[in-house]
Design a protein around this ligand. Structure first.
Ligand code: ASP
Length: 352
């Protein structure tokens, strides 16, 4: 329900609405990390552009309409294309969000981000932010200078969601193109289309049209305050590599990942997390040495179940359930901070 609607219903019901309560807007902090939403090109109709050119103050100034939804202030966390997203920015971002959401005068957070890796950052935050307050990522497919730039309305809608009390307790959210996704469910599905994000298995959390929010359901999968992960005292995350399966695959890249120091390996398998016999032998050999090996899938949707065509018990492997390889990597990195027990890690893949 919108603020205006809530107020008019309260007035219609004869409830006293103190002037200060009616006037006070929710307080939203905008954390900018870069991406195409902050990108610029030299003309409004060109495909080539550079991500992360516009600073947070310019972003806020470009959408003055959002000031009617929330009182806002911005902070620049980084200004990079999200293809360059890295652990240093992740740890800084998560730490800052946890500081901000602990402040009583902060009602919600908006994070502007590139679309390329927003699903990874969103899922990471979903596991390590310790608050029920709305934390909302948004992005754009077209740079700020483009004809029909999608950033301003996405930003406006993201502020509306972050300022909405009904968004609380639904895990970290991603708002793009009028859709409210759970960070655990969305994936980028088109390289260039504006409607690139889908939540193929878990579905949408809600919709938002010109700031009008409609929520359909809560989060799927444990998150935020119910998450057992914490970044307290964490200064580095373990290395986990993703290796993609294909026709005629051998075990060379699996061995290379182990040699590079990976503590975990995620296979973007064919079909239900499958791979060739030589690749499976190479993976099982690394699992025997203590590297945690997870079977996910390069297929766009669907779960990877245990022991369908691969004997995970015998080979010491973990199935990714419904996490795609890039999200399986995020979960495995956090899991490895706590445990190397395969049964524990398999449980995490089912619960998160
Ligand atoms: N490469 C850009 C990024 O992820 C793409 C985008 O934001 O749409 O930062």
């Amino acid at each position: 329900m919108t603020r205006a609607l809530r107020l008019s219903l309260a007035l219609a019901a004869g409830l006293a609405v103190p002037a200060s309560a009616a006037d006070k807007l929710p307080s939203v902090v905008v954390l900018a990390t870069g991406g195409t939403i902050a990108g610029a090109a030299s003309t409004d109709v060109q495909a080539g552009y550079t991500s992360g050119q516009v600073g947070v103050d310019q972003l806020l100034a470009a959408v003055p309409q959002a000031k009617k939804l929330a009182s806002m202030r911005g902070e620049q966390i980084s200004n990079i294309g999200s293809q360059d997203m890295n652990d240093e920015v992740w740890l800084k971002l998560a730490k800052r969000i946890n500081e901000l959401v602990a402040m009583p005068d902060v009602d919600g957070i908006v994070i502007t981000h590139g679309t390329d890796t927003i699903e990874e950052t969103g899922y990471f935050l979903n596991l390590v932010v310790k608050s029920r307050k709305p934390v909302v990522l948004t992005a754009a497919m077209r740079p700020s200078t483009a004809l029909s730039a999608d950033g301003p309305l996405n930003f406006f809608n993201a502020v509306a969601v972050a300022a909405n009390k009904d968004a609380a307790g639904r895990g970290v959210l991603v708002v793009v193109n009028d859709w409210i996704h759970g960070a655990s469910s969305l994936t980028k599905a088109s390289t260039t289309a504006v409607q690139t994000f889908l939540s193929p298995l878990r579905g949408l959390v809600g919709t938002v049209a010109y700031g009008e929010c409609e929520f359909y359901r809560g989060p799927v999968g444990k998150n935020t305050v119910d998450s057992e992960f914490s970044l307290e005292g964490v200064t580095a995350l373990p290395r986990v590599d993703i290796v993609m399966a294909h026709e005629n695959m051998d075990g060379v890249l699996i061995a290379a990942a182990a040699a590079a120091g990976a503590k975990g390996i995620v296979i973007a398998g064919v079909g239900n997390g499958n791979m060739t016999k030589p690749a499976l032998d190479a993976l099982a050999a690394q699992a025997k040495k203590g590297i945690v090996c997870v079977r996910s899938s390069r297929v766009a949707t669907g779960r990877v179940g245990r022991k369908v065509e691969v004997d995970d018990d015998a080979l010491g492997l973990v199935a990714s359930d419904d996490l795609n390889p890039q999200k399986a990597r995020v979960l495995l990195r956090l899991a490895l901070l706590k445990t190397r027990s395969l049964s524990d890690i398999q449980r995490l893949f089912v619960e998160y």
